[in-house]
Ligand binder design. Structure first.
Ligand code: IVH
Length: 717
């Protein structure tokens, strides 16, 4: 769905771009593009994010179409490398061209139609491969030996980067056969190597790279560097094969792979063959869906006519081949305003600076906060509140701020003052390591996490109020929730001069909480970005802690309401909480969700999967959940239990009434929500009827369930 007619907020299709009104604005934009291109091809910093760059190019192209007389010589719309000026002096044997871009299925279809027109027949078939976010190079082999590696430069001549490129994984020094040919492809840095490169670089007192591409560019062109960051290579073209063999693109790439060279086709993304443009669209969607888990930057898909004859007949313009096209994905780095820097203290006492951002869309996700890693890094990256910053979201990682646009820094900005004491407990900070910690460690956040764990809406441990928690923490008896289960009467009695009876009661209620359902344990652990409702949903979906712990970020996203950002956070939280979870399990705390007696068991025990009214009354015929608001009191249930019941019945509980609400349960004391439901014409169910429905559902009385539903809901159209 992403592709068909989608309007990507991050890229601008030249056909829809606005031309500049004045020649001065046009030439200024050209200069900006050239400067950004220079940085793109050589620098270790990003001058402009990809989306802004593409948008500017699109406006320049639109201006040139509207006012051709303004067009500058060597316009960035015509030249390879956008006139970035990084040329080099080694001539290419055949020009290294660029690719034209499209941004949606419509653009792709137009490209295919044009290709068919040029050929005078439909193209025989297409390949779809990842567009690697790195730097194009040409690698020359003579008799199977790697002799020279050259950057693209201006497409006619490039720089000799043989020294560094020889280190790239995937580009062998010797081929499997003693052949003479030229292999073209992309040098890049994997996500893991990017992290390593920045460790190395900052360890040498240099500012970190802003992006894996600039890291690869900086490393490829580095001379006399004291450290060497790893590089990788994927081939996507080969020159110098016997033309009479008429090898298809897939055939040529298969041959290159057989020589021992890594190829885009052989990468985890693969290179599917497609007979039609709708198959191409499906292949691009599938690449887009999986690209964040590949471990290397993919900024689009490259679609190529596969047959040698089609490619020969289509030929190339001075800038780009007609047989291929780049389908650009939204950029993973964008710019936004850093509103403020907050300091967070984690469960183990780690103190981290976090950037609060003006919301920004990055590859389909709205990002509002990003990590700034640690205080050393923050100082090195020279980032301040009010700055325009680069924010990157890649793979399964939490978004990060990679740098600031220093030329746009407001005059009034002040450097960030790191905390002098722990912002949570006022304790001392241990600064001996990169990650600062509160010297009280886990005990720093113990009170907060214990109070959350024992709360009525979590494990509901009676008698364990704030005062006792405070005493337990101060006495060093408890630092995490699992320690509670080791308490006995003898330990508790002297604490608050408790009597045998009250100490006994407290121990009993602590021990009794072991039988609470898994959803409450999960709520009590307080994973970031999950509340009670989400914890219940997760518990019901996975049914056991073991299954939840085994879930991948993708598995987590199959739970309703869990998007990429939340899934990454939940996965990270589970890793951090693992020691406490294991401790709780070892003490016999229940880690399974009871299966609802009214729900037919499914493979995962997840009632969300069932569509029948008897199994999940609040499930619509299309399988989605009804949105139900409970307002006022329901006989026999607390407010939280009312919401829990909605979810047990297959619905989604919500706190506010809107046009999208499917049902409002109205009990005693209901106020404006009931009135709003009436105004909007949303169906209403009296609380007693809701209690009946719940009882009938639990008893498996399907006839009663059906009649109660029929009474409340309008008949389906
Ligand atoms: S084919 C004649 N295939 O994208 C040019 N290019 O925007 C043939 N790129 O200059 C290029 N991955 O640096 C091709 N799988 C891929 C690619 C790819 C990345 C780069 C390449 C090219 C640029 C065009």
């Amino acid at each position: 769905m992403l592709l068909m007619g989608a309007k990507m907020s991050t890229t601008v299709d030249p056909a829809h771009a606005a031309a500049f009104d004045s020649r001065a604005d046009y030439t200024a934009a050209v200069e900006q593009i050239r400067a950004a291109a220079r940085d793109y091809y050589s620098g270790s910093t990003l001058a402009m994010d990809d989306a802004t760059y593409d948008a500017l190019i699109a406006r320049v192209a639109a201006t040139e179409a509207a006012s051709p007389e303004w067009t500058v010589a060597e316009s960035p719309t015509e030249t390879v490398g956008a006139g970035g000026g990084v040329v080099g002096d080694v001539p290419h044997t055949t020009p290294m061209l660029s690719l034209d871009n499209v941004f949606d299925a419509e653009g792709l279809t137009k490209w295919a139609a044009r290709l068919d027109r040029i050929l005078g027949r439909p193209a025989a078939g297409y390949t779809v491969e990842p567009k690697i976010d790195g730097l194009a190079i040409s690698a020359r082999y003579a008799d199977g030996e790697l002799t020279q590696v050259i950057t693209r430069g201006d497409g006619r001549a490039g720089e000799d980067v043989t020294g560094q490129a020889r280190r790239a994984v995937g580009l062998p020094h010797r081929l499997a056969e003693p052949v003479t040919l030229e292999i073209r492809g992309e040098v890049f840095m994997t996500e893991a190597d990017f992290a390593l490169a920045n460790e190395l670089r900052t360890g040498h007192g240099e500012p970190p790279f802003a992006h894996p591409r600039s890291a690869a560019a900086g490393t490829l062109r580095a001379v006399d560097r004291a450290y060497s960051a790893p590089l990788s290579f994927f081939a996507y073209a080969v020159h110098g094969l016997d033309p009479t063999a008429h090898l298809s693109h897939a055939g040529a790439m298969g041959y290159v792979a057989s020589l021992g060279v890594a190829t885009t086709a052989g990468s985890a993304a693969g290179m599917p063959m497609c007979a039609t443009i709708s198959e191409v669209v499906a292949a691009i969607e599938s690449l887009d869906a999986g690209r964040l888990t590949l471990g290397f930057g993919v900024d689009g898909a490259v679609v190529k006519a596969d047959a040698a004859l089609d490619r020969d007949e289509a030929g190339s313009s001075s800038r780009a081949p007609r047989w291929g096209i780049a389908y650009k994905f939204p950029a993973d780095t964008r710019t936004t305003t850093l509103l403020r820097i907050e300091v967070q203290v984690g469960r183990t006492g780690v103190i981290t600076p976090v950037a609060v951002l003006e919301p920004v869309q990055i590859s389909g996700v709205t990002v509002t906060s990003a990590t700034l890693h640690n205080f050393d890094d923050l100082t090195r990256r020279n980032v301040r509140a009010g700055d325009t910053v680069f924010v990157r979201r890649a793979g399964d990682v939490i978004p990060e701020v990679t740098g600031a646009k220093l030329d746009e820094r407001p005059d009034s900005s002040e450097p960030f003052a790191p905390p002098v004491e722990c912002p949570r407990c006022g304790g001392e900070i241990n600064r001996t390591q990169k990650r600062w910690r509160c010297t009280r460690g886990r005990a720093c956040g113990a009170h907060e996490s214990l109070a959350y764990y024992t709360a009525r809406t979590s494990m509901d441990i009676e008698g364990l109020g704030d005062k006792i928690i405070d005493l337990l923490v101060r006495a060093g008896l408890v630092t995490d929730p699992a320690d509670l289960y080791d308490l006995d009467v003898a330990t508790l009695k002297p604490l608050d001069r408790m009597g045998d009876v009250s100490a006994g009661k407290l121990v009993a209620s602590i021990q009794g909480s072991k039988a609470q359902p898994f959803s409450r344990v999960l709520t009590g652990l307080g994973l970031r970005m999950t509340g009670r409702s989400m914890s219940r949903r997760l518990a019901r979906h996975f049914t056991t802690m073991d299954a939840l712990l085994a879930a991948t970020v993708e598995d987590l996203q199959t739970v309703e309401g869990v998007g990429p950002e939340r899934a990454v956070t939940i996965a990270a939280e589970l890793v951090e909480l693992r020691p406490v979870i294991d401790k709780l399990a070892a003490r016999g705390v229940n880690m399974a969700e009871p299966v609802d007696p009214g729900a037919a068991p499914t493979a995962t025990g997840d009632i969300d999967g069932d569509a029948g009214a008897a199994v999940a009354p609040f499930r619509k015929p299309d399988g989605t959940s009804m949105t139900v608001v409970v307002t006022g009191s329901v006989p026999g249930l607390t407010r939280d239990e009312g919401n829990e019941a909605v979810e047990r019945l297959g619905g989604k509980s919500s706190g506010s009434v809107s046009k999208r609400t499917d049902l409002v349960v109205v009990g005693d004391g209901a106020g404006s929500k009931a009135a709003k439901a009436e105004d909007l014409g949303v169906p209403v169910m009296p609380a007693e009827r809701f209690a009946d429905l719940l009882a009938a559902h639990t008893a498996g009385d399907t006839a009663r369930v059906a009649s109660l539903l029929e009474e409340a809901l309008p008949a389906p159209a």
